[in-house]
Design a binder for this molecule. Structure first.
Ligand code: RTP
Ligand code: MG
Length: 140
């Protein structure tokens, strides 16, 4: 399987509860290398651009407000099949459906405040990484 990079976000509900280290441990234990990472505070507008694909969904406004409510940690994870592997470590969107041991099963508070984001395909990973990082910031 090819080495890939994927964009991960540790969301406000998790940064607020000091869970960054515990979540990063799960990524690293799964063989994902953190090749870039920064803590930023998004504006609602910036969150809106990032989640534009969901703009017609009923939860869009609430999602953008949530993503701008507290700092987030944006990061690039690298590894074999990193996009699928990261989504496996994250668990299902709704923590009630997330497999035991996944980030969302252990830490997520609700379907909306679910602790992490991960890119879902190579094209979205490339676009999402470029939204937050310059090439110089990716240190493999
Ligand atoms: P993400 O994009 O954040 O990695 O999560 P995902 O692929 O598992 O889920 P997606 O369908 O892309 O939804 C994006 C985010 O929107 C919020 N959401 N809220 N209230 C709701 O019913 C609802 N559904 C989705 C979640 O924060 C979800 O991660
Ligand atoms: Mg998604």
């Amino acid at each position: 399987m090819a080495v890939e990079r994927t964009l991960s976000i540790i969301k406000p509900d998790a940064t607020k509860r000091n869970l960054t280290g515990k979540i990063n441990a799960k990524f690293e234990d799964a063989g994902l290398r953190i090749v870039a990472q920064k803590r930023i505070k998004l504006t609602k507008e910036q969150a809106g651009v990032f989640y534009e694909v969901h703009k017609e969904r009923p939860f869009y406004d609430e999602l953008c407000a949530f993503m701008a409510s507290e700092p987030v940690v944006v990061q690039v994870l690298e590894g074999e099949g990193a996009i699928a592997k990261n989504r496996e470590v994250m668990g299902a969107t709704n923590p009630a459906d997330a497999a035991p041991g996944t980030v969302r099963a252990e830490f997520a508070e609700s379907v909306g405040e679910n602790s992490v984001h991960g890119s879902d395909a190579p094209e979205t990973a490339a676009a999402e990484i470029a939204y937050f990082f310059s090439g110089l910031e990716l240190v493999g």
